[in-house]
Design a binder for this molecule. Structure first.
Ligand code: PLP
Length: 361
């Protein structure tokens, strides 16, 4: 059986060695006589799995001790409400930068639970850049400042963080978690749906500074309250057990096979460069993002001709490069090249694009 190169924005590829390990352990996890899917989340053996997953995440991401790691459900989208419900109980104000659909959705949902203010937006140019921020426009007493770090649909990323002073910076890192080293101490909250770069769907990671826990609004539902989950070690109710187990395998892969996040970053830079260099030299294919804000993870591109785009997507799919159609709001193509996409996958895609260009001049 041949595996395809899956360029989906999410759920996306997982490392093959992780899938093999999961297959090996499917029927009998380390002599327990059962699959991780079947075991009680309160069992000793499962307790070992979730503790190890957290320890690995802390080690790989270098998470300081004054941050809690929560394993939640509800997807990144649930955090759009959870963040104001947990943080916005002081001034009731929050600042948002609108850099795409996910940031916009977070802002809209946030507006239901706090006084949400738009500091800047790049909607005027289909979110093809990260707006320059002027600190004098920030709300000085905001309860938090919100950004979407990597914009999955549009292919932009912040290369420089906004200077928010004492206002906690909250970042959605769903599509760039574990793609590079990050200074966690610069953030109040980092959170991510796991299905882009970490595990299958069903798990949401929240990394939250301890002093931001315990101030939830009265109306905050119990299941959205960070305090409840922090006090119960993410076991207030049944966690997404199997997904956490796969996340553990992915973290082991990053640590032991890749060699940590510095190495992961090197690899991601090398992969993205190959594709961007080709886009910059091609007469047919063009990247849609300003060069200085380009994402390492999501690479949108177009030919400028809808029919040719459609022809390319069809030919690519037939050749085993799947899910490369762009988001409907940008059109064209998008290659999501997350951690698990091998270098060889991008190499083959570029070779395919060159050939397509030759044949369709
Ligand atoms: C995919 C994505 C989301 C939505 O995640 P869900 O887990 O489906 O709710 C939010 N933000 C970003 C940046 C994403 O890429």
């Amino acid at each position: 059986m041949a595996r395809v190169y899956n360029f989906s924005a999410g759920p996306s590829m997982l490392p093959e060695s992780v899938l093999r390990k999961a297959a090996d352990e499917m029927l009998d996890y380390q002599g327990s006589g059962q699959s991780v899917m079947e075991m009680s989340h309160r069992s000793k053996v499962y307790d070992g799995i979730i503790k190890e997953a957290e320890a690995l995440l802390r080690e790989v991401m270098n998470i300081p001790d004054n941050y809690k790691v929560l394993f939640l459900q509800g997807g990144a989208s649930s955090q759009f409400a959870a963040i104001p419900l947990n943080l916005s109980s002081k001034s009731g104000k929050a600042d948002y930068v609108i850099t795409g659909q996910w940031a916009k959705k977070a802002y809209k949902e946030g507006s239901r639970y706090c006084n949400a203010n738009v500091v800047a937006s790049s909607e005027d140019k289909t979110f093809s850049y990260i707006p320059k921020l002027d600190k004098s426009t920030f709300t000085p007493d905001a309860d938090y400042f919100y950004i979407c770090m990597n914009n999955t649909i549009y292919g932009t990323v912040y290369h420089e963080l906004p200077d928010t002073g004492d206002v906690p910076l909250v970042a959605d890192i769903s599509s760039c978690i574990l793609s590079r080293p990050m200074d966690v101490s610069k953030f109040g909250i980092l959170y991510a749906g796991a299905q882009k770069n970490m595990a299958p769907a069903g798990l949401t990671i929240v990394i939250v500074r301890e002093d931001l826990i315990g101030h939830a609004q009265d109306i905050c539902p119990t299941m959205f309250n960070y305090q409840i989950h922090a006090d119960n070690g993410s076991m207030f109710n049944t966690p997404p057990c199997y997904t956490i187990y796969i996340a553990k395998l992915v973290l082991e892969w990053i640590k032991n096979e890749v060699g940590g996040l510095d190495k992961m970053y090197e690899l991601n830079v090398k992969k993205a460069k190959l594709l961007y260099d080709f886009l910059d030299s091609s007469e047919m294919f063009k990247g849609t993002v300003v060069p200085e804000d380009r994402s390492l993870m999501n690479v949108p591109f177009v030919t400028g001709n809808d029919e040719l785009d459609a022809k390319f997507v069809k030919a690519a799919t037939e050749a085993g490069f799947v899910n490369i159609k762009g988001h409907r709001s940008v059109g064209g193509m998008r290659a999501s090249i997350y951690n698990a996409m091998p270098y060889e996958g991008v190499e083959k895609l570029v070779a395919f694009m060159k050939k397509f260009e030759e044949e369709n001049k």
